[in-house]
Design a protein around this ligand. Structure first.
Ligand code: NCD
Ligand code: ZN
Length: 364
């Protein structure tokens, strides 16, 4: 499938073409790397694009202890291609019974940098998530005290709520009260999709940030049904109306330090996606930077790509920016259609499509 119809290449951008740009090596502040054969198959794609990644903890079983996070980190390091220096930054999966002491222990030992709050049942492997924010109040107080960021999957979970309204409702019901009650807490609204979430992030200045995925910049909810049902474009939060997509493009390319990359690359086997009840998640790890570069080019904002890709996230997490660089080239290339995993495969977002931007030389 081609998504060309949704890219708004303006006449202006064509006038100001540059053939390549070189930026500091970017980081992916929201990535699902899975485990086992899947990890080994898909990690090379993320590791070719990004220097560091915030690793989501929604494994089965979830990563809830410092020991489990340290072991998972070792498996990721072992799965890196020879010579690759990708650095995984680990997170803790919060449950109703997470202890403040365990959170602090993992943080002070440098095992994890943040904790992920999934409202119970909100998304893939979120059934062990938090049933009510009041249950983790002591954990949030501790995180506030030690300066550990809370990463939020911000969707209301009441099945009666329209799926396209779940983020906006979460903001009202849960996020705004949480930010009021924890004035010092640093938090990331992950994979922002509606305009309302963009506005909330902006309104809270330096302690709140928002990650933006490549796919939410180029698809809207109509894309999910273009010519038929498109299971490989289904993720959570689900893509929204066109005006929300345009708001995301403005936010990402604004240069505003509170927005940065979080690809939410979330691979699933085709048999799990192309099913009567297909699961949520898009494998965007192989085509993320190509897509971001294309969007920034179309928005005549290539000069702001480095801030969004390589500087804003590091500053938010209190980490140094990477010293190496990567070149992005205006050179049409196609990513593979799919990646083999055992006897099945994972479909690549925009796989097989000729994309106008491709990755060039990396200088470590
Ligand atoms: C993610 C997954 O598959 O782990 N799925 C998704 O649609 N994004 C979970 C998540 O980040 O919501
Ligand atoms: Zn995710």
């Amino acid at each position: 499938m081609t998504l060309d119809s949704l890219f708004d290449a303006s006449a202006e951008s064509k006038k100001r073409k540059v053939d390549s740009i070189r930026i500091r090596r970017p980081d992916d502040w929201h990535v699902h790397l899975r485990d086992g054969a899947m990890l080994r198959a898909i990690l090379p794609f993320t590791a070719a694009q990004f220097a560091r990644g915030i690793i989501m903890p929604n494994l089965v079983p979830p990563v809830t202890t410092a020991a489990a996070a340290a072991a998972y980190r070792s498996r990721i390091l072992a799965a890196r291609p020879v010579g690759n220096d990708f650095e995984p930054l680990m997170t803790c999966y919060l449950t109703d019974t997470t202890s403040p002491d365990e959170i602090q222990k993992g943080h002070s030992e440098g095992v994890w940098v943040a904790a992920k709050y999934y409202p119970a049942g909100a998304t893939t492997n979120a059934h062990h998530g938090v049933t009510s924010i009041s249950r983790i109040r002591p954990v949030l107080e501790r995180m506030e005290r030690i300066g550990m960021p809370l990463l939020i999957h911000g969707e209301a979970t009441d099945p009666a709520v329209d799926i396209f309204d779940r983020e906006a409702l979460f903001l009202e019901q849960t996020l705004l009260p949480l930010l009021r009650d924890h004035q010092e807490l640093k938090a990331v609204v992950e994979h922002v999709t509606p305009q309302e979430a963009v506005d909330v992030v902006r309104a809270h200045g330096s302690r709140i940030a928002g990650t933006i995925t490549p796919h939410h910049l180029v698809i809207n909810r109509t894309s999910l049904f273009q010519g038929g049902l498109r299971p490989h474009l289904y993720c959570l939060p689900v893509a929204k109306r066109e005006h929300h997509r345009l708001a995301l493009r403005r936010a990402a390319t604004s240069g505003d330090p509170c927005f940065f990359i979080g690809t939410d690359t979330a691979p699933h086997l085709s048999k799990a996606k192309e099913a009567a009840c297909g699961c949520a998640g898009v494998f965007v790890g192989a085509t993320a930077l190509q897509t971001y570069a294309q969007v920034f080019d179309e928005e005549i904002a290539l000069d702001r790509l480095e801030a969004f890709a390589s500087l804003n996230g590091a500053r938010f997490y209190g980490l140094p920016a990477n010293t190496g660089t990567i070149e992005l080239k205006r050179r049409a290339a196609a990513a593979p259609l799919a990646v083999r995993v055992d006897s099945d495969e994972v479909m690549v977002f925009r796989g097989g499509e000729s994309m106008p931007w491709s990755l060039g030389e990396v200088r470590p």
